[in-house]
Design a protein around this ligand. Structure first.
Ligand code: ACO
Length: 323
């Protein structure tokens, strides 16, 4: 059977690093409050010349180089983002043009922090249907542009950045020993739409708006939703937490990561944590974490890796793959 196999990975971060202490003087907060509640120590913030398209392009170029491929080899670009350069055209198309790619097709996916998990699952369907052989899956965000910098309960939590994977069609036996994407589950429930949202948009206010969040409500639902969708993914693949080599969760909050891993019986040392370095980069957080764990030698060819995310909507999902 056809499997979607990871061929390359890459990332890109804005030049400017903002440490927790740099918020003192911006809003009433402290390094201690932020670090204790979230595990975040610093985040990267885009300068005027850095956009979702430029960061996404840079991450894509690194992933292509890692794969030993060029844009000419790619059939499809799926960009997960909630902070596009423009309302339209899709930022994926802008990245396609920046890469000098004038064949194939490209589109954006909007599932907030679950965007990358949604995009990987979608790319896998295109590959398995035979409609695409090689797909660039990118998560790129500039959440700093939609933050209310006077709201200490949200502005300290997010950061900017991008990550990318190249997925390629390959042959598998149809067992979990295959390399590539093995199982995936996606969920959403709009009943929670007011717990984490942006208070503007083209069809309502005609403005971009700012991020609003009921942090405690998000926290309350996060662990249960994450563990449910992961258990469904384990059941699909016929595996247990012990079979995993690496758990690469959405990087919103260290306490949510720890509580989910504990509830699922995933050993602490198997969780890849980068929220301390990047903050919450929404759809970019999972590929950024993957890039770090591949670069430092943790994730290796043949490892069983679980991706997971939960975000505004709510949306949530998990992908199991063999690297
Ligand atoms: N610095 C200092 N004090 C603060 C700050 C801050 N940056 N932000 C809020 N506070 C204060 C509040 O005003 C409140 O003060 P009060 O008691 O005088 O009213 C107090 O701290 C406690 O506020 P809570 O919101 O109840 O704090 P909590 O312990 O719940 O932590 C947090 C807040 C970190 C946001 C937590 O709720 C959380 O992590 N929620 C999940 C959020 C999340 O992960 N979102 C992303 C998931 S989806 C996605 O990625 C898009």
């Amino acid at each position: 059977m056809i499997r979607s196999i990871v061929r390359g990975v890459g990332s890109s971060l804005p030049r400017r690093i903002m440490k927790n202490a740099d918020f003192e003087g911006v809003v009433e907060t402290s390094d201690e409050w932020i670090a204790q509640r979230t595990g975040i120590r610093q985040r990267h913030i885009a300068s005027d010349d850095e956009t979702t398209a430029s960061l996404g392009e840079a991450a894509a170029r690194v992933a292509l180089a890692d794969a030993g491929l060029t844009p000419a080899d790619i059939d499809l670009i799926v960009l997960a983002t909630s902070t596009p350069n423009n309302t339209f055209p899709a930022t994926a198309v802008e990245i396609q043009n920046r890469l000098g790619m004038h064949h194939g097709f490209a589109f954006d996916m909007q599932a907030v922090c679950s965007g990358f998990v949604y995009a990987v699952t979608t790319a896998d369907l295109y590959i398995r249907s035979g409609m695409a052989k090689r797909v660039l899956v990118i998560g790129s965000e500039t959440f700093s542009r939609i933050l209310d910098w006077n709201d200490r309960s949200t502005c300290v939590l997010f950061g900017d950045g991008a990550g990318a994977l190249v997925l390629e069609a390959g042959e598998g036996e149809g067992t979990i020993a295959d390399r590539g994407i093995l199982a995936a589950s996606l969920r959403s429930d709009g009943v929670h739409k007011d717990k984490l949202y942006v208070d503007g948009g083209p069809s309502t206010t005609g403005t971009v708006g700012h991020l609003r969040m009921e942090g405690r409500e998000v926290f309350k639902h996060a662990v249960g939703m994450i563990t449910d969708v992961i258990e469904a993914t384990f059941a699909q693949a016929g595996i247990t937490a012990e079979d995993l080599d690496w758990f690469v969760p959405h990087q919103a909050n260290k306490r949510i990561i720890d509580a989910s891993a504990k509830k699922l019986g995933i050993a602490e040392e198997k969780a890849v944590v980068t929220v301390n370095l990047h903050g919450n980069t929404s759809a970019a957080s999972v590929p950024l974490a993957l890039s770090v764990a591949v670069a430092d030698g943790r994730i290796k060819k043949g490892d069983l890796v679980l991706l997971e995310a939960m975000g505004g909507g709510f949306t949530w999902g998990a992908v199991l793959l063999r690297w």
